[in-house]
Design a protein around this ligand. Structure first.
Ligand SMILES: NC(=O)c1ccc[n+]([C@@H]2O[C@H](COP(=O)([O-])OP(=O)(O)OC[C@H]3O[C@@H](n4cnc5c(N)ncnc54)[C@H](OP(=O)(O)O)[C@@H]3O)[C@@H](O)[C@H]2O)c1
Length: 229
């Protein structure tokens, strides 16, 4: 046991107050002050510093069967988060460690240490563990190494290329040996970012229309791999 700092007793969490119809509005959520429970044996208390808001969360706001359970009405939402361990009753995770875990949407989370992964912030800043080193990065990596493996010399096309998954996918495709990496995104600011920051060879603005023509121009010899992000 190495609980050296007492946990904050009060916390705030965001609960699902009602199921949205169409786009969510602030009325669908409720900010509630709660008491932080004492950690049990093998548990840690995390002060969340970053959380991820991902597209799949909108699906979880509906009461519909999916690969992941819907959010419960009146309960705190959850999802990827990173934070600092402020109390620990687990030998494997010391106080002061930065961890990633799945209890976002709240200021403080009490969870089993086994459900948290210690993040090395000397290697990359904490929020990177919700992006390139988190599930979005893993999604891009699995897609381009398992689902549609990129081979040396491939021409790769990525849609939603300025997004969390697509921006990593473009850079990974290059590392995996792609000869040409093309991305599409909505608007000139994003297409400029694809070229200047993410190293794409060509960028297509799908809001300009003429997608087949733009794509044919960017990939005159065709495409080997398409990642629909
Ligand atoms: N986040 C994860 O860990 C994860 C894991 C597995 C799978 N996925 C899936 O991968 C996809 C991308 O996720 P992400 O985290 O990269 O999302 P993101 O960063 O939010 O990017 C999504 C992008 O999709 C485009 N988009 C939004 N609405 C659209 C619409 N109605 N029609 C066409 N394009 C639209 C927008 O880009 P433009 O306007 O530039 O086109 C937007 O920036 C999602 O389908 C997600 O469910 C995500």
């Amino acid at each position: 046991m190495n609980s050296t700092r007492s946990a904050t007793s009060l916390s705030r969490e965001v609960r699902l107050a009602s199921r949205p119809v169409g786009e969510p509005t602030p009325e669908n959520f409720q900010l509630v002050t709660t008491q932080v429970p004492e950690p049990g044996e093998g548990q840690i208390v995390v002060r969340n510093t970053w959380m991820s808001v991902d597209p799949y969360m909108r699906g979880r706001m509906d009461d519909a069967p999916s690969y992941i359970p819907p959010f419960a009405l009146g309960a705190a939402l959850d999802g990827g988060a990173v934070g600092e361990v402020i109390a620990s009753r687990a030998r494997s995770v010391p106080v002061g460690a930065t961890v990633s875990h799945f209890m976002g949407w709240r200021e403080h989370a009490v969870l089993d240490a086994a459900a948290a992964t210690v993040a090395d912030t000397a290697l990359a800043p904490a929020p990177a563990y919700l992006g390139p080193l988190g599930t979005t990065g893993l999604t891009a990596y699995a897609a381009l190494t398992r689902t549609a493996p990129v081979r040396e010399g491939d021409v790769v096309f990525v849609s939603a290329a300025a997004g969390a998954v697509g921006s990593v996918a473009g850079q990974l495709a290059r590392q995996l040996g792609a000869s040409r990496v093309i991305g599409s995104a909505g608007g000139p600011r994003k297409t400029t970012t694809l070229l200047d920051a993410f190293g794409f060879d060509a960028a297509i603005d799908h809001r300009q229309g003429g997608l087949p023509e733009q794509l044919a121009q960017a990939a005159p010899d065709g495409i080997d791999v398409y990642l629909d992000a």
